[in-house]
Design a protein around this ligand. Structure first.
Ligand code: UD1
Ligand code: CA
Length: 456
């Protein structure tokens, strides 16, 4: 039985922001959500999640509604011990309690599992780390036998204690029964006038409860975010880790330090990603997909052998095999490209099906459109899908040729193998196989003279 307590009440003064600290993001996801996701990866059967909220409580609660956790308010931030005191009524007597920090977002399920395995009914687990520069952290005090006897906070530490490199990460696993006993006994008689959670270590020692230390695989996992610099640092650590995982799976990244994944990327074999590509939400790339520089791809699926050229933006798009997109294309939600379709430079699409082998190569807007196979849409063609109030569909059959700079005023249908002359404004349906020209007829005037300048 596991009760997870996540401390998320802090203001985060040093972020210099109106957003509560725990809602600041790493890789596009609030830090608190990172911690909740990690908890969801723990294989504990009977698990309860308690989040201690305070600053910006309403906003924090709203962001995690639907995440199956209970919020407990800490009206005044009187210290980490005080924060955990707030959840005492919610703790289950026989549970092991895992205490986490919402501003320590990179902790891994592996480290937490290791820590939990250290703890038992009469043993508490403490996650510590050895740092070259331990300034600011609580130091782990051990006796000559090497047993942990207490934690002393930086502000309360003697010069000698400040030399200790082993520090408290804040993360610990404690039997609920012990917390229920120890927390009400805490005092705030210390340099910060706070109720320190760390004081329970000395209490455990007095009570003869064993303290088992576990250390994470890397110190970066337990770094906290108190300011923008630390946030930026953790962002890079997180991105580098994602890039490394992709490289290990065989993805070519032109420069791992100029790749950002703010979500999940599933990539096939021999995928190539050039510099400054941003992935958002869930993106799937098939085998041999190539992404050019400066592309932003959100919640899209791109099948094998397709190429996205430089500076293209895709959002909620589905691209079949062997398509070519961009440079400078914008595929908005609901765009579907069938096999071998092409969407070229300065083309915007929205809720549009571009049929197999069809081409929209230059300077077009194609919205609310169903297009068949092998269609050629000339440069500058626009689907006029909006009358200011309602949206209408343009339906284009197979093998249609639309001349350049045409306006297709929806609702309108172009039959199979029909042709539209350049510069047409098409307001009525075009039958199959017909040529439609809907523009002013050309007039040429012979003998016409240009005006000449009058001499002064
Ligand atoms: C704490 C530890 C310190 C450890 C460090 C690791 C204590 C007394 N000290 O110090 O040993 O090395 O973390 O990063 O525990 N919070 C609340 N309510 C409060 C106070 C804090 O919810 O009343 C939350 C904060 O939002 C934050 C976390 O608890 O997420 C840690 O609080 P913070 O004040 O940053 O503790 P540190 O001084 O860093
Ligand atoms: Ca802190």
């Amino acid at each position: 039985m596991l009760d997870v307590v996540i401390l998320a009440a802090g203001k985060g003064t040093r972020m210099n922001s109106n957003l509560p600290k725990v809602l600041h993001s790493i890789a596009g996801k609030p830090m608190l959500h990172h911690v909740l996701d990690t908890v969801d990866h723990l294989s504990a059967g009977d698990l309860q999640k308690l989040v201690v909220v305070g600053h910006g409580a309403e906003q924090v609660e709203a962001s995690i509604s639907g995440r199956n956790c209970q919020c407990v308010t800490q009206a005044q931030q009187l210290g980490t011990g005080h924060a955990v005191q707030q959840v005492l009524p919610q703790l289950r007597d026989d549970a092991l309690v895992l205490i986490l920090y919402a501003d320590v977002p990179l902790i891994t399920p592996e480290s937490l599992t290791g820590l939990l395995e250290c703890a038992g009914p009469d043993t508490m687990g403490l996650l510590t780390v050895n740092l070259l520069n331990p300034t600011g952290y609580g130091r782990i005090l051990r006796n000559d036998a090497g047993d942990v006897i207490a934690i002393v906070e930086e502000k309360d530490a003697s010069a000698e204690q400040k030399q200790i490199g082993e520090v408290n990460t804040g993360i610990m696993a404690v039997p609920a029964k012990k917390l229920i006993q120890w927390l009400p006994e805490l005092s705030n008689d210390n340099a910060q006038g706070e109720y320190y959670l760390t004081d329970i270590i000395a209490k455990a020692r007095q009570a003869g409860t064993a303290i088992q230390v576990f250390q994470p695989a890397s110190a970066e996992e337990v770094e906290g975010v108190n300011n923008r610099r630390q946030q930026a640092k953790l962002e890079r650590i997180y991105q580098q880790a994602q890039a490394d995982a992709l490289l290990d799976r065989g993805v070519y990244l032109a420069d791992p330090s100029r790749f950002d994944c703010r979500g999940e990327l599933i990539a096939g074999r021999d995928v190539e990603i050039d510099i400054n590509v941003v992935i958002e939400g869930k993106v799937e790339l098939g085998d041999k997909v190539k992404i050019g520089p400066n592309c932003v791809i959100s919640n899209s699926v791109i099948a094998a052998n397709s190429e996205i050229k430089a500076n293209s933006i895709l959002e909620d798009a589905v691209v079949a095999e062997g398509c070519v997109i961009g440079p400078y294309a914008r595929l908005r939600p609901g765009t579907v490209l069938k096999n071998g379709a092409k969407v070229g430079n300065f083309v915007e699409t929205k809720k549009a099906v571009i049929g197999e082998g069809s081409k929209v190569n230059h300077l077009s807007y194609i919205g609310d459109c169903e297009m068949g196979a092998r269609v050629n849409v000339g440069a500058g063609t626009i689907t006029c899908n909006y009358d200011g109030v309602n949206k209408f569909t343009t339906t284009i059959g197979d093998d249609v040729f639309v001349g350049s700079n045409s306006a297709l005023v929806a609702p309108v249908t172009l039959g199979d193998t029909s042709t539209v002359g350049a510069g047409s404004v098409v307001t009525r349906d075009v039958a199959a196989d017909e040529l439609t020209v809907a523009r002013a007829r050309q007039r040429s005037i012979t003998g016409w003279l240009r005006p000449v300048k009058q001499p002064k």
